[in-house]
Structures are given as structure tokens and as C-alpha cells.
Ligand binder design. Structure first.
Ligand code: ADP
Ligand code: MG
Length: 497
């Protein structure tokens, strides 16, 4: 018997309604129009790309369940997204939802992990001419910042990873300011002077962990607040997609609903002018409304080349704090914390060995720990120092091959033609001072030594001398062209290592 698409969809809606909240149902399912049912493929029409993505991200399980029940195990779903650019010629498009790997049993129990495993659907989406011509959607509102309240905020997901908390974010000299600013923001979002809060630091130093911890803390203490974590890359892709499908309005409306916006890795916006412009407007709007903005970057704002000045100047309204490489004690504490969390037992001298040997960043440290545990269980052997050395030989050699302080000092001394030992001596001769300052600058940039430790390696100077040197070199880079090219020359030597 041939089922008609309307009846099937009405039955699907019954299943969906029984599985989700009323408001979500109204917001996300009532506007859907069934278009066609053919060869077990049900085509439904949704108002925009954004709508499609939202369904795909949040309701794929319940949709699968409904299709499985109403169309059968062979059932598939396709979307028809109406693209209206005011051009009557524009054809609606349909995009595939990959429910195609047929459920061999009731699929609905799919966990978020399983949903993820099926991959981002947009990547498998393909354009297919719509079977039925659908009515064009209304034109978008002129002002994209007239926030629509149609979306029920209680159902908005935050994209947070619950395992990133303040409790398991180990405090050390390397992160003290950032961590406490983060805590302040988490306790009083939008009402401290840390708005925006910008956290910057190299790869693997804990930026994402920290800002997610802020999000999780706010979410746990303010259930009514809409916290949203998004990487700048995802933000950009969503924005481009909204441009493509004429859904910029939906995009903007959505972001204007956010109470706490966490944008990770803003350096990704470099050179993307239109995305920056959109972010600038969202930023202004949220900031004016007293909403909290938290951002991360892999470098200090002044080094964010390709970011508009007006955006950069906004970053200065709040607090900018950095994350440094963890020192030995913090690395020990991080390893111990991780062991406790994962129920791993490693002898103290091995922990110490790891903390000594892996001094680049926390991600690397965790990677080493995991590979050690994996090797131990594969070889059914207790972890001991000998095994750790053997197992990690490869990784640790790599770490050691990285640029180190001695190499930097030697290279700078050679480059400026001054004897190496004078870098560590008291002399204040101009060419020695320059070589020394440049070497300190690169030591700060390329090694995980603290300012104190750098000073120590340059003849026992204190950390304020190092700060002064780094600042002097930075200023000269900005003001002196030939000095800048000197630095570029030298940088190549370190990059090539
Ligand atoms: P980034 O975003 O700066 O590249 P991540 O936040 O992804 O770095 O951190 C890399 C890994 O190191 C994560 O698993 C994170 O949990 C861990 N980590 C970083 N800093 C700390 C810390 N202070 N305490 C505990 N774990 C940390
Ligand atoms: Mg990160």
C-alpha cells in the first residue's frame, strides 16, 4: 500500500512529540512541511540551512527513530532547504541526511558519540534537485539584529565538554592570572571588568580547557543562562554557510540569544573580513547588553595580524591574560591529577622522569602518559623507569631536539659576532647587550623556561631584566625595519631546527 507523505509525517511527529519537550517541538518541528515520500525516502522541507543544521545536530536520533518506526528499516530522510535570494529562478535544494546506513534495529538509542561517529552531516550532504517546487520563504528582516525570541533558550545546547572543569585545571605560576580571572568571570558573568576576557597562549597550554571550565561553571550555577562554546573555525563555517543559503538572519538571531559567548581560537578569523564584521556586530550587541564574552587566541592580540583594528581595540576593553608553559612542579601536579582521574598507578620516579623530560606543553605530557599506559598494558608489564625510558625514547628525543636555550645563545652570539660567554657576563657594551636581549627574546618565544629561569641562564639576571629585554626587542621590531629583518633572519634558524 502506498503511504502518503503527509500521513507518514503526522505519525512521525507523534513519535517526535513523545520524545522531546513541547517548546522544542513547536520551534523545530511545526514549521516543517512534508514534501514527498518515494522509495522509502521521505523529503521534508525546512525553512533554512540553519534550521537543517540545528535539526541535524540536536534531533537526529529522534528523527531516525521516527523514520524507522513509520517508514521502516529501509527508511531515509532528506531535507529540502528553501534558498531564497529573491530570484524566482532559484530552485529549492535538498540535502541528504545520512540516516541511509539503515538501522538494523531500533536506532534511536544512539548516543551522542554514535551520532558523532556518523560524521557531520553537512560533509556528506549533496545537492539534489527538489522533487517538488516549494513555496519561497519570506524575505529576511532588514535589520539582522532584531533578535527573534522564537527559539526557546532552554533547549539550546552549549557545546561544552563536561570533563573540562576548574577542579581538574591545575593551578600554577603559568596560569594563575588567567585561572583566577576565569573563575571571577565564571562566578559573575558579564558583571566584572573582565569583559571580554581574552586568554592567549601557545598550543596545548590549556586555553580550551580553561574557557570550557568557565562555561561549565556558569551552566551549573545559572541554569537559565545560555552559554555557547564555539570555535572561531566553526563560527566562520556556519557564517559562510548562512551566506550561501541566505540565512544570515537566522545566524545573527541565534548568536544574539547567547548570554555567555565563548569563542575559541580567534586567530582563525585573521583575514576573514566578512566573518570579522559579523563577529564585531555580535560582539557589540552582546557586550552592550551586559553579556559575557570569552575568547582565546594562540598569540597576544597585538600579534594578531589580519584582524581589524576596531575588533582588536574591543579586546582591550576587558582583560587579556596569558598562559605560559607549566613549570616542573605544575607538570608533576598535572600528571598526578591525571593519574588519579584515570585510575592509573605510576611509580613516583617515573612521574618525575616524565615531568622532567616533557617540558613543552600539557597536551604533549598527556600524550606521553597515555602512550606509556598503552604500552604497559599491551606488554602486560608494570610501568617502571626502565620501561618508561625505553617506551618514550622516540618522543623524548623529539622533545630534546627542539630549540633549547644553549642553541639560542650560541646562534645569537655567532650572528652578532660576540663571544658566547659575554652574553652571560656583566658587560654592557652595546653589541653584547643587543645580542643578549635578542637571545632572551627568543628564549622566551621558543622555550618553556620561565622569565626567572631565563634570567638565571644569562649570568643570574633577574626576571625584570628579561621582561625589559623582551619589550625592547618587541619595540625595535615595530619601529626599526632593518632590526626587524635581523629578527626574521634569526627566526628562520630556529624554525628550521
Ligand atoms: P589549548 O586549547 O591551549 O591548545 P587544551 O585546553 O586543549 O590546550 O589543553 C590540552 C590538554 O592539556 C587538555 O587535555 C587539558 O585538559 C590539559 N591541560 C592543560 N592545562 C591543564 C592544567 N592546568 N591542568 C590540567 N590539565 C590541563
Ligand atoms: Mg584549544
Amino acid at each position: 500500500m502506498l503511504k502518503d507523505c503527509r500521513t507518514v509525517w503526522v505519525n512521525c511527529l507523534r513519535v517526535i512529540k513523545a520524545n522531546i519537550g513541547e517548546q522544542s517541538f513547536k520551534t523545530w518541528f511545526q514549521p516543517i512541511v512534508p514534501v514527498q515520500l518515494h522509495n522509502n525516502v521521505l523529503i521534508i522541507q525546512v525553512p533554512s540551512q540553519f534550521f537543517y543544521e540545528w535539526l541535524e545536530e540536536h534531533y537526529v536520533d529522534v528523527l531516525r527513530k521516527a523514520i524507522y518506526q513509520e517508514v521502516g528499516p529501509e527508511g531515509r530522510l532528506e531535507y529540502s532547504i528553501v534558498v531564497d535570494n529573491g530570484n524566482a529562478q532559484t530552485k529549492p535544494r535538498t540535502l541528504n541526511l545520512p540516516t541511509s546506513h539503515k538501522a538494523s534495529g531500533p536506532a534511536p538509542e544512539a548516543t551522542p558519540a554514535a551520532a558523532l561517529a556518523s560524521g557531520p552531516m553537512s560533509s556528506s550532504a549533496r545537492n539534489v534537485a527538489a522533487a517538488a517546487a516549494a513555496p519561497q520563504q519570506q524575505a529576511t528582516l532588514r535589520n539582522p539584529f532584531e533578535a527573534s525570541k522564537a527559539i526557546d533558550r532552554n533547549y539550546l545546547h552549549s557545546q561544552l565538554n563536561h570533563s573540562y572543569t576548574f577542579e581538574n585545571y591545575i593551578e600554577g605560576d603559568c596560569n594563575r592570572l588567567s585561572r583566577s580571572a576565569g573563575l571571577a568571570v565564571a562566578n559573575k558573568p558579564g558583571t566584572t571588568s573582565f569583559n571580554p576576557l581574552m586568554i592567549y597562549g601557545g598550543v596545548g597550554l590549556g586555553k580550551t580547557h580553561l574557557v570550557q571550565a568557565i562555561g561549565n561553571h556558569i551552566k551549573a550555577t545559572n541554569v537559565d543562562k545560555f552559554v555557547l562554546y564555539v570555535s572561531a573555525e566553526k563560527f566562520t563555517n556556519q557564517f559562510i554557510e548562512s551566506l550561501r543559503s541566505n540565512a544570515v538572519q537566522d545566524f545573527a538571531n541565534f548568536y544574539l540569544l547567547v548570554d555567555i559567548l565563548i569563542l575559541d581560537d580567534v586567530q582563525f578569523l585573521s583575514g576573514k573580513d566578512k566573518t570579522q564584521e559579523m563577529f564585531f556586530h555580535i560582539f557589540n550587541h552582546l557586550h552592550q547588553a551586559g553579556k559575557q564574552i570569552v575568547m582565546t587566541s594562540d598569540r597576544p592580540p597585538r600579534d594578531l595580524v589580519g584582524l581589524e583594528d576596531r575588533l582588536l581595540s574591543r579586546f582591550k576593553w576587558g582583560l587579556t591574560a596569558d598562559l605560559q608553559s607549566p613549570d616542573f612542579e605544575t607538570r608533576m601536579a598535572i600528571i598526578q591529577n591525571k593519574m588519579q582521574q584515570d585510575g592509573i598507578d605510576i611509580p613516583p620516579q617515573v612521574v618525575e622522569y616524565l615531568a622532567h623530560s616533557v617540558n613543552t606543553n600539557v597536551r604533549e605530557l598527556e600524550g606521553v602518559l597515555i602512550s606509556l599506559v598503552a604500552q604497559s598494558s599491551l606488554n602486560r608489564r608494570e610501568i617502571d623507569l626502565e620501561m618508561a625510558k625505553q617506551a618514550l625514547r622516540h618522543i623524548i628525543e623529539e622533545v630534546e631536539a627542539e630549540v633549547n636555550l644553549d642553541f639560542i645563545q650560541k646562534t645569537c652570539a655567532e650572528y652578532f659576532g660576540v663571544p658566547l660567554d659575554l652574553l652571560k657576563a656583566k658587560t654592557r657594551k652595546k653589541e653584547v647587550v643587543t645580542a643578549r636581549q635578542v637571545a632572551m627574546y627568543f628564549a622566551k618565544e621558543h622555550t618553556s623556561h620561565s622569565l626567572k629561569s631565563i634570567g638565571h641562564h644569562f649570568g643570574g639576571r633577574d626576571h625584570s631584566t628579561v621582561i625589559h629585554s623582551v619589550q625592547t626587542v618587541s619595540d625595535l621590531i615595530d619601529s626599526d625595519k632593518s632590526f626587524r629583518s635581523t629578527i626574521q633572519d634569526l627566526r628562520k634558524k630556529f624554525a628550521g631546527k
